[in-house]
Ligand binder design. Structure first.
Ligand SMILES: [Zn+2]
Length: 255
């Protein structure tokens, strides 16, 4: 590993730790930049040495030092995913505006996906800053042609809206919410119209496979409301890394 790789790795860990703060505090309406983190069970302020990304969770064996209650495994998982995604995008794009653009996209997806998993909400106060951040970096860095991004947003939002309407008609219950439509809109902006539909499609495949597996395990006890956000986030992230290869493979199949 080169020195810069190690630095990016550390940045990934630190950002992952910050994303955990966002995931806990944004739904509660708390400030994400100010205030010490506390144990959700006993309220004890977490000292810095128990707040080291990945390492503390392992050293504490996943339990609070004071009340011995379990710490959610989501914390180290978020830190790990964030670090891997950061390093992988850096390897793909180097230090560039493209790296910044896609890594910001990925960070927002992680926060949105995990919060949706926990609360079943895709919050406007995350989606709006995400769109603005994408817009700003794209204007400065010229990553996706503006027209492509705009058409992508409309296409993504419209496709998701159509699926939501059809889903409601067919299953006679609301399977997708407006949050999913908005997320598809924002992701369409980031990815552009050439990519958004396949990325959405990947999200649905992830959801479909997961529901089948859940059904095989739990049968009738399967949760009634499974949020779509985490699967969309997974689809978009997967597309960032394997989209191009997937398209080539598919074109190879049909030609
Ligand atoms: Zn505690």
């Amino acid at each position: 590993m080169k020195a810069l790789d190690i630095l990016i790795f550390m940045v990934g860990l630190v950002v992952g730790s910050f994303l955990n703060v966002c995931i806990v505090r944004i739904p509660e309406g708390k400030n994400i930049f100010w205030g010490r983190s506390k144990c959700p069970h006993c309220g004890h302020v977490i000292p810095w040495y128990d707040n080291i990304p990945l390492l503390s969770f392992i050293l504490l064996r996943g339990r609070c030092r004071y009340c011995k209650q379990k710490i959610s495994v989501l914390y180290p998982v978020v830190e790990l995913i964030t670090t891997i995604v950061t390093l992988a995008l850096f390897k793909k794009y180097g230090l560039s505006y493209s790296f910044l653009y896609y890594v910001v996209f990925a960070y927002f997806l992680i926060v949105l996906g995990i919060i949706d998993l926990k609360t079943k909400l895709l919050l406007n106060r995350i989606l709006l800053p995400m769109l603005i951040a994408g817009l700003m970096i794209n204007v400065i860095g010229q990553i996706v042609p503006f027209k492509d991004a705009l058409i992508g947003a409309v296409l993504g939002g419209a496709a998701m809206w159509l699926i939501a309407v059809l889903g409601t008609k067919i299953f006679n219950k609301e399977a997708l919410g407006m949050g999913d439509v908005k997320l598809a809109f924002v992701a369409g902006f980031f990815l552009g119209w050439k990519h958004i539909l396949i990325a959405l499609y990947l999200g649905f495949i992830f959801a479909f496979v997961t529901i089948i597996v859940l059904w095989l395990i739990y049968r009738k006890d399967i949760p009634k409301l499974i949020p779509m956000g985490p699967f969309l986030a997974m689809g978009f992230l997967f597309y960032l890394f394997y989209g191009q290869k997937l398209i080539q493979w598919y074109l190879g199949l049909i030609s």
